[in-house]
Design a binder for this molecule. Structure first.
Ligand code: IPM
Ligand code: MG
Length: 367
């Protein structure tokens, strides 16, 4: 049997630096755990634009469709701010999501014990927090038609369309219920059924799907109230399922609660391929951080934890995922901090590669 295949797209800004640390982990797994991957690497975002004039080349898109999982660093940077909308770095990422049909975006918001003090909320509100946001990723207002800027009379009008089909809601709801079954069996669905028809349909379909999961306690919240409850007492939630745009907002909010924006991973999953693995792309929640790019200051943990999600969801290696997560916890418990996590007195930051090396050392120590 051939090795599982990985396409690595480091992207822009700090993407290449943090991905280099993931490569150390991949190397270690191959050497020490006999888990070998066929790894290829390519361009996405601004760097792809620089080379090809588009943020994602068709050949890269085709490769992404074939591999068992894609790992992405980050896209974008000020250099590309004035590009035409159609070739902006973000369009590369959106094309991957859409064409791979990665409809379920899993964004855990977890508060690491060692970092509870970094939250802008009181420690007891966030300590031990562990929630999972499931964001619909291939539809809604991000992709709905009509869209554009049009002339209307003597002025212009900007239009985007919120659109959801029943089947789109059904499949993401099922993913969320399945996850809830493996966690604390609570699912909260968020929309704006008080103002949007798409929200009414969303609520109906999620309720209907819920009949197949009688063991999961389902609740509904308007998304604005959901934002409020997330800041008031986030530990009331286990899994949250919501649409593309609300999920974009709520996942940033939830990430910041943990005080660890630079630490959070994500998985974007589609339907199973022939080999049974879901189409999948893994990426850190943080962006390309152009202000610190190339300086060895970036925190590689979000990208490394994204690879842990890949081990769990694509490669059926939950035990190795856990080993990696524990290694991350252990370096944090030792007091190792990259520059984004400073605040404690007298702590000297470690570099991106020192953090990566320390995590690999913990992996080694776990054997
Ligand atoms: C995210 C980002 C993206 C989004 C951008 C970069 C297109 O904010 O992944 O949350 O809006 O989905
Ligand atoms: Mg976002």
């Amino acid at each position: 049997m051939s090795n599982p295949s990985l396409l690595i797209l480091p992207g822009d800004g700090i993407g290449p630096e943090v991905m280099a640390e993931v490569s150390k982990v991949i190397q270690w797994l191959g050497d020490k755990r006999g888990m070998k991957f066929d790894v290829s690497e390519d361009l996405v975002g601004g760097c792809a634009y620089d080379k090809h004039g588009v943020p994602l080349h068709d050949d890269t898109m085709a490769k992404a469709q074939e591999v068992d999982a894609v790992l992405l660093g980050a896209v974008g940077g000020p250099k590309y701010d004035n590009l035409d909308f159609s070739v902006k770095p973000e369009r590369g990422l959106l094309r991957l999501r859409k064409e791979m049909d990665l409809f379920a975006n899993l964004r855990p918001a977890q508060c690491f014990d060692a970092l509870a003090d970094f939250s802008s909320l009181k420690k007891d509100v966030v300590a031990g927090l562990d929630i999972m946001i499931v964001r619909e990723l291939t539809s809604g207002v991000y992709f709905g038609e009509p869209r554009g800027i049009f002339e209307e009379g003597n002025e212009r009008v900007g239009i985007n369309t919120q659109r959801y089909t029943e089947s789109e809601i059904d499949r993401v709801a099922r993913s969320a219920f399945e996850l809830a079954m493996k966690r604390n069996r609570k699912l909260c669905s968020m929309e704006k059924a008080n103002v949007m028809e798409s929200g009414i349909l969303w609520r109906e379909v999620v309720t209907e799907v819920g009949k197949d999961y009688p063991d999961v306690e389902l609740s509904h919240m308007y998304a604005d109230a959901g934002a409020m409850q997330l800041t008031r007492w986030p530990k009331q939630f286990d899994v949250i399922v919501t649409d593309n745009l609300f999920g974009d907002l709520l996942s940033d909010l939830a990430a910041m609660l943990t005080g660890s924006l630079g630490m959070l991973p994500s998985a974007s999953l589609g339907s199973p391929m022939e080999n049974g693995r879901p189409k999948a792309l893994y990426e850190p929640v943080h962006g390309s951080a152009p202000d610190i790019a190339g300086q060895g200051k970036a925190n590689p943990i979000a990208c490394i934890l994204s690879f842990a999600m890949a081990l769990r969801y694509s490669f059926d290696a939950g035990n190795e995922a856990e080993r990696l997560e524990q290694a991350v916890n252990a370096v944090l418990a030792d007091g190792l901090r990259t520059a984004d996590l400073l605040g404690e007195e007298g702590v000297q930051p470690v570099s991106t590669s020192e953090m990566g090396d320390a995590i690999v050392a913990k992996l080694e120590a776990s054997l």
